[in-house]
Design a protein around this ligand. Structure first.
Ligand code: SAM
Ligand code: SF4
Length: 339
């Protein structure tokens, strides 16, 4: 039966069984990447055939449908989103969509020197840039293919372009980069950037290290930081799962994304769409709905696509099920979902 048209006086249209309203969508626009970070990908990754990906027009259509259902924030991610040809066109479309308050990007920064200003002009408000090490050789080992110079130039270009916020993301692994927590934070402070430290999540088989052995908890990172800085918890939120602290006397906020040590599910307001158009209701669980099928079955009828989105809300689980040493979510790597 068709759903009644949404009005804001009734139950919010994208509300799940636990009363959480979805206002934030992460769209992955490619599973490909120019890097092969050890925690994210296997060295020999097979990528999706191109015809299985949503076209950028289809992704823009999803953006329009979501925003008509009350979504106000989008983050574009991947894989490496800036590796997708014509990605800028999508940013322009979403940036011009009425009702969007926040359009952001997660990137490894390698292409930012080229694109930062155009992204800003297209309406991108915030950029997250992954940076796990400041040491060129170590950066190369963690990313397998990366040249730190490109990422650092990307960060500078983003700073020049004047985004509302720039945040660095660092996945911290024991014995790989846990000794760089203070240096990375110092780098962020010198530039007035935010930084989030991320616990590794068990998504996909990666081959290179045992995830349980490499686990480095957020509490240990915080203890390192507190040896040098005074941290004050803040209730500010960027709509994501980070818990934020302010560093007293500095612009920089430090975030911790801690799926293992601190459960962040209770106020989860987000869903994700993979590059193939699968709507994922939770990063750590396999529940999903096939939006590509709805898009292609109803090429001119947005209402049917919106119905599929609303119906999928019932699949959103109460929380993720990450377990150290437990079975990884084998069905996908992080480059499928975009973090
Ligand atoms: N390529 C872009 C980048 O690296 O920023 C965007 C996609 S990447 C999958 C998004 C974020 O997920 C990055 O900050 C990356 O460090 C993080 N990430 C990747 N695999 C992860 C894992 N297994 N656990 C936790 N974070 C992960
Ligand atoms: Fe690529 Fe980002 Fe995954 Fe690294 S974390 S391999 S940059 S998608």
């Amino acid at each position: 039966m068709p759903l009644p048209p949404h009005t804001h006086t009734t139950q919010p249209p994208l509300q799940d069984r636990f009363g959480r309203q979805v206002t934030y969508v992460r769209l992955s626009i490619t599973d490909r990447c120019d890097l092969r970070c050890v925690y994210c990908m296997h060295e020999d990754m097979r990528f999706l055939p191109r015809n299985q990906l949503l076209t950028l027009e289809e992704t823009a259509r999803l953006g329009r449908c979501f925003s008509e259902l009350g979504v106000t924030r989008f983050r574009i991610t991947g894989g490496e989103p800036l590796m997708r040809r014509n990605a800028l066109w999508l940013f322009e479309q979403l940036g011009a969509q009425p009702g969007i308050e926040d359009l952001s990007l997660t990137t490894n920064g390698t292409q930012l020197a080229r694109f930062a200003q155009s992204l800003k002009d297209a309406g991108v408000t915030r950029v997250n840039i992954s940076l796990d090490s400041l040491q060129p050789q170590r950066f190369r080992r963690i990313t397998r293919l990366g040249d730190i110079g490109k990422t650092l130039s990307g960060i500078e270009a983003a700073m020049r372009a004047g985004f509302r916020r720039i945040k660095l993301n660092a996945v911290i692994l024991k014995h790989r980069n846990h000794d760089e927590v203070l240096d990375l934070t110092g780098f962020a402070i010198e530039r007035g950037l935010d930084i989030s430290f991320i616990e590794e999540m068990p998504l996909g088989l990666i081959g290179e290290h045992d995830r349980a052995e490499a686990f480095y908890p957020s509490d240990a990172i915080r203890a390192q930081l507190e040896s040098r800085f005074e941290l004050v918890p803040t209730i500010e939120s960027t709509g994501g799962p980070s818990k934020y602290y302010r560093i007293v006397g500095e612009e920089t906020r430090v975030g911790f994304i801690s799926p293992h040590s601190h459960n962040f599910c209770a106020d989860c307001n987000r869903v994700r769409v993979t590059a193939e158009g699968r709507l994922l209701l939770c990063l750590g669980q396999a529940y999903s709905a096939d939006l590509r099928r709805s898009l292609r079955a109803h090429p001119t009828d947005d209402q049917r696509v919106k119905e599929a989105m609303v119906a999928a809300m019932d699949l959103k689980p109460r929380g993720h099920a990450f377990e150290l040493g437990g079975t990884p979510v084998l069905v996908r790597h992080m480059n499928m979902t975009g973090g």
